[in-house]
Design a protein around this ligand. Structure first.
Ligand SMILES: Cc1cc2nc3c(=O)[nH]c(=O)nc-3n(C[C@H](O)[C@H](O)[C@H](O)COP(=O)(O)O)c2cc1C
Length: 371
């Protein structure tokens, strides 16, 4: 258990009921009950990933966390327009489907997969049913990514005693989230691993956004008087935490660092690639259909060069599911999404998640005491 930095971020610790100003991101396929509980038991806020889980799976995961920790925890889901209501595959123009599938067809022979020009099947709309389960289960913290929680949803969560955290990438969204009465704003800089936190699909140049260093002071000036501001993007150690506290932020949220921990459900090859060797990152929509920062790979170069329109919502992930699953099965690090923030370049080792929280706080204390 860490001793807190409570003198520096008292309001965040008070709002979330945690001891360390460190949040772990909800991450599909990574942040299951073990990771969440390890972070919570070390004094941070662990956040469960609920994206694409059906209601029973969400309930089971929440109850599993409660078996592993008695500390506050969060549950995250995307509120993106095209994920909350999945696009109708039949409405996608033929040339868009065939364009995306043709690029994937160039890569399928690597795994002896049959080429196809078929439309992907429609996705299930699971977000609203997952939200209902979260409300029924009276989770301590709800974390909304890729889209703002509407005022009525925030009110429902508040009604059952749940705090609401909103992940945003722009000042406009930060202001709108506060207007909707959220309790904490997470400002996501462009260095962030995983998907850019926008509620609708925009052009690549419009989702690049600001760097963490420039976004954070502006976000604090815009909303910091109303709510605690947490920083996400490129933070992997206590130097980063100290720097963000020095900027006036209330805490940090880390994704990439927690992918490469013992309790993370990520594949070993992903953990290894995040902590050694070449770790340049790039933004692509070729894996899911939405813009995300990943490790550069043969796939990202191929998709970029093709300059093709990705399928909407998460239908790109459905279209490429055979390719990405085959790559995963064969530990092929060039053809599967290895989400990574720009901060991965300084990461090493695969520690326990609790150790990450403890080291962040200890290193931040050392950094701050030098002043
Ligand atoms: C593997 C991975 C999965 C992610 N999944 C989600 C998610 O499901 N929901 C969400 O709001 N953000 C998600 N994110 C983004 C994080 O919330 C956060 O913005 C980012 O991890 C912060 O930057 P960092 O990776 O440099 O720490 C994910 C990030 C990663 C690395």
């Amino acid at each position: 258990m860490v001793s807190s930095l409570s003198s520096l971020s008292p309001r965040l610790l008070h709002v979330l009921g945690v001891q360390a100003p460190v949040l772990q991101s909800g991450m599909r396929g990574v942040a299951g009950p073990e990771l969440v509980a390890a972070v919570c038991n070390a004094g941070g806020l662990g956040v469960l990933a609920a994206l694409r889980l059906d209601p029973d799976q969400v309930r089971i995961a929440i109850r599993s966390v409660r078996e592993l920790t008695d500390k506050p925890f969060g549950v995250n889901i995307w509120l993106h327009d095209d994920v909350r209501t999945s696009p109708d595959p039949e409405a996608i123009p033929d040339d868009v489907v065939q364009g995306a599938q043709s690029v994937l067809n160039e890569l399928r022979p690597r795994f002896d997969l049959e080429p196809t020009l078929e439309r992907p099947e429609a996705g299930a709309d699971l977000v609203d049913s997952a939200l209902e389960v979260m409300i029924e289960e009276r989770i301590p913290v709800f974390s909304a990514g890729l889209g703002l929680p509407e005022a009525s949803l925030v009110k429902r969560f508040h009604g059952v005693g749940t705090k609401v955290v909103s992940m945003v990438a722009t000042i406009e969204d930060g202001l709108a989230a506060v207007e909707n009465d959220v309790d904490v704003v997470v400002a996501q800089g462009t260095e962030s691993g995983g998907h850019r936190s926008y509620g609708t699909k925009l052009a690549k140049q419009d989702v690049l956004g600001s760097s963490t260093l420039t976004l954070v002071p502006e976000m604090i000036d815009a909303v910091g008087a109303s709510v605690p501001v947490v920083v996400a993007g490129g933070i992997v150690d206590g130097r980063g935490l100290a720097a963000m506290l020095a900027l006036g932020a209330d805490g940090v949220l880390l994704g990439t660092r927690f992918v490469a921990t013992k309790e993370s459900a990520a594949a070993d090859i992903w953990k290894q690639r995040l902590t050694s060797g070449q770790r340049n990152t790039t933004l692509t929509d070729g894996f899911t259909g939405q813009w995300a920062r990943v490790l550069q790979s043969e796939f990202t170069e191929h998709w970029d060069a093709a300059n093709t329109e990705a399928l909407p919502g998460l239908l790109q992930a459905t279209a490429g599911a055979d390719l990405f699953a085959a790559a995963k099965k064969q530990d092929d690090d060039q053809m599967q999404p290895l989400y990574a923030g720009a901060g991965a370049r300084t990461m090493s080792g695969i520690p326990g998640a609790g150790q990450v929280v403890e080291q962040l706080v200890a290193e931040a204390r050392t950094s701050l005491s030098r002043w």
